[in-house]
Design a protein around this ligand. Structure first.
Ligand code: DHE
Length: 501
């Protein structure tokens, strides 16, 4: 009997039509997890269209003939309703999910291709959940492989760019060997994940989760080391983890909690001697007096929660903001807020960049709600300039060899096809690249030498568009399926000042 011919029973319909791919518990399987937390970025009308028509280039078939009317509406309402009690993802679940895809002992010690391994680009293609590997000199793809559903956040490189770690919104962490072009291992560290961070030697991985409320620590082979419950000091209130980043000079991961006003520092080294002299000299002088315990959070209590943040050059301080834009500077050594940041709207600090401007170090960030790039003095915390742009933008990128910083206006329906070039000296928009109206052009990344800027034509029938970074002339187009972010190995490994870390 077709679903519309009997009384609607969404739970039964789910088991009948959806569970095989999306999991009996809605935690995902071959298809993504169907929980409100994982669906929060998909409007119901869009979800309805996908269920009716299926999703091109994926395994999702059309259900228009099978389920319709009230039954379909009820089914959708049901998957957008939280599971009570909230689904759990325990240490045992994490361990059991781990998949070893390749035997590390069998992996060769040299790249299997002739391209410069330090000038490769990884392009995340959201259209059909793949990653393309580009040769950054020839600007040609050399490989393409399937990824987990909905990767989010920048992939993180380790061991000089040989390994790269991806995080998916559904909690999967993938370790990929770029020299051998092979997935090495995968593990599901959570149900709804924000991002991952990796130590430069690839020995430690941290995973920030929204669901469950945990920060998961893995070793470099993706074996579980520890699950940290994200709660306040008394263990009374739990929290989503906003984001986690790696702070090399401190040999630690820094994480912000979204529902509890705390920043955590988690050391991934046991030895004080491991911390390089020069960056944070206080560390050595105080001989471990405030080195957090290995894999234990050291808490900094704040007045406001942080949604995302950006480190200063020496990693002693971070600039953070809540979703409402309340900005603050937190000193990680003295463990308190040291200044307010005059930010409003929804600054997207994670994609901030820095450069030298008139003898000062400045940081610039987009804002997801306000059509401006905000330039801030990294010493005085004063806002030096609010550069008006075409619309609220997501990503900002430059390179030390480029006079321009490129910004998109992705959040503006009218202007999402326009990239703008800001002159880093005059702090003004000086050039524009207009794509086709209605088709998003966003997220720029430079080649290793800064000569070319690659942007995403962010559509299912999209492309990577390569521009000459000086003349802004289009050089070539590489067809891609909804390319999202792209990441140059050299720029990431060297922590190039114009790119996000
Ligand atoms: Fe992102 C990075 C948060 C929505 C694409 N995004 C990040 C980071 C954070 C963040 C904290 C830095 C993590 C890192 O790189 O390790 N993103 C958020 C949000 O809070 C927000 C606004 C809402 C949400 O539900 O998550 C959000 N992000 C999006 C999108 O809708 C985007 C455009 C499409 C998508 O695929 O989800 C998107 N976010 C990205 C990308 C990066 C990213 C491509 C990596 C940028 C880089 O160049 O490093």
């Amino acid at each position: 009997m077709p679903a519309h011919a009997r009384a609607a029973d969404p739970a039964a319909d789910y088991l009948l039509h959806c569970a095989a791919c999306h999991g009996v518990d809605r935690l995902g399987g071959m298809g993504p997890a169907l929980l409100p937390e994982n669906l929060s970025r998909l409007r119901k009308a869009e979800a309805l269209k996908i269920v009716r028509e299926g999703r091109a280039a994926t395994q999702m078939p059309p259900f228009a003939e099978v389920i319709e009317g009230e039954a379909l509406t009820k089914l959708l309402d049901w998957v957008y309703t939280p599971v009570v009690p909230a689904p759990r993802w325990s240490a045992d679940d994490i361990r059991a999910s781990r998949i070893q895809h390749a035997d590390p002992a069998q992996l060769g010690e040299r790249p299997v291709f002739s391209a410069d391994p330090l000038n490769l680009f990884l392009v995340v293609e959201a259209g059909d959940h793949h990653v393309s590997v580009l040769d950054g000199d020839r600007l040609e793809p050399i490989h393409r492989f399937p990824s987990r559903h909905a990767l989010h956040g920048g992939p993180k490189f380790a061991q000089g760019g040989r390994y790269v770690f991806f995080g998916s919104r559904d909690g999967w962490v993938t370790k990929y060997d770029l020299w051998n072009l092979q997935v090495v291992a995968e593990v599901r560290a959570g149900i709804n994940t924000r991002n991952v961070a990796v130590s430069p030697d690839g020995s430690h991985v941290a995973v920030a989760n929204y669901l469950p409320h945990t920060l998961v620590l893995l070793d470099g082979d993706l074996n579980l080391l520890k699950v940290l419950d994200a709660t306040d000091r008394d263990g009374k209130q739990s929290s989503r983890v906003s984001a986690v980043y790696e702070a090399t000079p401190r040999q630690s991961f820094i994480a912000a909690l979204k529902d509890v006003p705390e920043v955590w520092e988690i050391s991934y080294t046991r030895a004080v001697e491991d911390i390089p002299v020069g960056f944070i000299h206080d560390y050595k002088q105080r001989e471990g007096a405030f080195i957090p315990g290995y894999l234990n959070p050291r808490r900094t209590q704040l007045a406001d929660v942080l949604d995302d943040f950006f480190f200063t050059q020496d990693y002693s301080e971070l600039m953070g903001a809540s979703r409402e834009g309340a900005g603050q500077v937190v000193n990680l050594d003295v463990r308190k807020k040291v200044a307010d940041l005059p930010l409003a709207g929804m600054p997207h600090l994670g994609s901030g960049i820095t450069w030298d401007w008139q003898g000062r170090r400045v940081m610039a960030s987009t804002n997801l709600k306000t059509a401006e790039v905000t330039v801030i003095d990294l010493k005085t915390w004063e806002v030096l300039r609010r550069i008006p742009i075409r619309g609220p933008g997501f990503f900002l990128r430059s390179h030390e060899n480029s006079r321009y910083a490129f910004v998109d206006s992705m959040m503006s329906p009218e202007n999402k096809h326009i990239l703008q070039a800001i002159d880093k000296e005059t702090l003004e928009v000086v050039r524009e690249i207009a794509g086709e109206p209605g088709r998003t052009l966003a997220h720029v990344e430079f080649t290793r030498d800064g000569r070319y800027a690659l942007a995403s034509l962010w559509e299912d029938d999209g492309a990577i568009v390569v521009y000459d970074a000086a003349t802004l002339e289009e050089v070539k187009r590489l067809p891609m399926k909804k390319p999202v972010g792209k990441y140059n190995v050299w720029n990431k490994v060297m922590r190039e000042e114009g790119t996000s870390h």
